[in-house]
Design a binder for this molecule. Sequence first.
Ligand code: ADP
Length: 388
Amino acid sequence: MDAILVVNAGSSSLKFQIFEIIDGKPEGRIRGQLDGIGVRPRLRATSDGRVLVERTYQPAEVADLPTAVGKAREWLASLDGIALRAIGHRVVHGGPDYDRPILIDAMVLDRLVEYQNLAPLHQPNNLAPIRLVMDIDPSIPQVACFDTAFHRGRPETADCYALPRSLYQQGVRRYGFHGLSYEYIAERLAEIAPTKDKVIVAHLGSGASMCALGDGRSVESTMGFTALDGVPMGTRPGQLDPGVVLYLLQKGMSQQAISDLLYRESGLKGLSGISNDVRDLLASTDPGAKFAIDHFIHRCGLNAGLLAAALGGIDGFVFTAGIGENSSAIRALLAEKLAWLGAELDHAANEAGATVVSTATSRIKLLIIPTNEELMIARHTLAIVGNP
Ligand code: ADP
């Protein structure tokens, strides 16, 4: 089969999907992951729920991401009948300029390396597999799809911080992230609820953000210069007074320790002292668990107000990603915070996980739309390289 490979490379896991090209459209066939890199490496891939491979390695065998890419590639190469036409990569940062996916060549790669300064924790991991494929198989087209691209085109007034303008020119801007998810949701909304022009999308996963969509385009979002800003997340705090960071520096905390605190030890995990996983918190009777959830809902509610102001009112609200798609309890709590905007939850529909979870009399439509960033990447990649 003619296929597109989609790669999403993070620091501790490598996710990949094979899409078959059918009548010019990508259809998901194989989904795989090599996680626990350097700790408890495990390769697992499935097709239609059927396990194709499940293999563990010694930590030293898969100690870093490039080795993980090599192992995944070995396994993919062992599959019969796949003619790989192109590879689409999730790349977190497209900098100020890339407002759409792009075919990667040496010049583009140099540019993306420059943006590593803007996303030092994620961008190097995203670029490692690209470089590897360029070295071993330069003939295969590779496409970079950016988390920031969907948010470009917003006016400078929305994208700047109130800092000296020279910093904006240096690239200190409110980029916004989760763009591939929002782009996918915007497309789905056009099919499901085409009359809804002013919509807030809540992408609530282990990373979480919210985006104001006006006529299907990003008007505002809660994430800014990095993926730390906005609503609280599994292990990140969300919006934080930068004075806190100055305080910690003053107390002698190192840059590395502050980075670990903000990326790995805060959010639901830090607040609850129990877990970063909403499932654990909802199941726990510990008061810390309830406190963390209450704070999360409080901040999501405030941010919904902010985004509603950016749009001048809303007529739709979408729940998506791990928490948004799966937790009826969180949706119910958040819907209460939207009551002042006219939201009325249909509790039975919410429990059932229906697409529309608002009542017939609700002033705004509440929707659950499962996101699919990988499919978005496959579509972009196919659009750029053309059909075989
Ligand atoms: P990411 O892609 O950012 O890793 P996901 O969108 O897959 O994250 O979301 C992962 C999170 O979703 C988990 O940390 C967990 O808290 C949450 N989650 C998944 N299923 C449920 C559920 N049934 N109830 C509550 N939370 C859930």
